[in-house]
Design a protein around this ligand. Structure first.
Ligand code: HH2
Length: 280
């Protein structure tokens, strides 16, 4: 017998994944000319929306729309240009999927919320007042970065990278929660002012962040440290490393992974969720 007409398979699959405690997948959609991995691919708004809808079909729980690259060496993009890039895309995707806006600008975040975004993905970890102003309907992701994208990889230094990143994120999360933000995520910011050793220490110690009780998000997808580990010379060659680190994160209790290769990542997360459920 065929599927029942009108049955929402995607919704049912998501419910099953939640029951199996599968890690959420945030699909990356950079509407930029210069992002390190997908730069220039989605600058046309129509193509960007199509890619976002394809991610929804592939099972993304959130689509993260960004108009400014924060790769090492990147220069800031002004608010008007970020808005021009992201707002039409957010408006078109928001009826279909939860949309986050990847920005460091309060003004861009506010406009994105107006257009339908319900999550502020903030690599500056400073925009919680925007979520407060939007009321209870908007969540906030606080990511750790040492320095600024233009110079952050020149000479990153820590005494105790795990302890310092944890303390910073907990302090920011407490400030946001005290101000009234109900949904606060923390993210160690893999590759943001970190050497290979710093990234590996943070990935090894994800359980320390999970132990804060805050939901943890992690983005390793196609990043340079995977290449340094022998996992692919170019971003497009780093699928195995991206999946391996996403699976590792899921087994450590991370609640959401940020990924370019959504279908493969959803498949891997579903499998981990099934294994976790079967084991418990
Ligand atoms: N990484 C990037 C951008 N935003 N947000 C969170 N929460 N965590 C991350 O690890 C993270 C992030 C960098 O990746 P990408 O968006 O693909 O590249 P670019 O900054 O060049 O646009």
């Amino acid at each position: 017998m065929g599927f029942t007409a009108g049955f929402d398979h995607q919704k049912a699959a998501r419910k099953l994944r939640l029951l199996a405690m599968a890690t959420l997948v945030m699909g990356v959609l950079n509407v930029t000319p210069d992002s390190f991995s997908d730069g220039g691919r989605w600058t046309d708004p129509g193509r960007a929306v199509d890619r976002g809808l394809a991610m929804v079909a592939e099972g993304a729980d959130v689509v993260d729309v960004g108009g400014e690259s924060t790769r090492p060496g990147a220069r800031p993009v002004d608010d008007a240009e970020q808005c021009r890039r992201v707002l039409p895309v957010i408006g078109a995707l928001a009826p279909h999927v939860r949309v986050s806006v990847d920005t460091r600008s309060a003004m861009v975040a506010e406009a994105a919320i107006e257009a339908g975004a319900t999550l502020v993905n903030d690599v500056s970890a400073s925009l919680w007042p925007v979520a407060v102003a939007a009321g209870g309907s908007v969540g906030w992701v606080a990511m750790h970065m040492q320095g600024e994208p233009a110079t952050m990889q020149l000479d990153p230094r820590y005494g105790d990278v795990v302890g310092e990143v944890r303390a910073f994120l907990v302090e920011r999360a407490d400030a946001a929660r005290d101000a009234g933000v109900g949904e606060v995520w923390i993210d160690p910011g893999i590759g943001f002012g970190k050497t290979l050793e710093h990234n590996l220490a943070l990935l090894r110690s994800l359980a320390v962040l999970v132990g804060t009780g805050l939901p943890v998000a992690v983005g390793t997808s196609r990043k340079g440290f995977l290449g340094a580990l022998g996992g692919g010379a170019t971003p497009d060659d780093r699928l195995e490393g991206s999946l391996a680190t996403a699976v590792w994160a899921a087994t450590q209790g991370v609640a959401m992974v940020r990924a370019h290769d959504v279908a493969a990542t959803v498949g891997a997360m579903t499998l981990v969720g099934d294994l976790t459920a079967a084991a418990s």
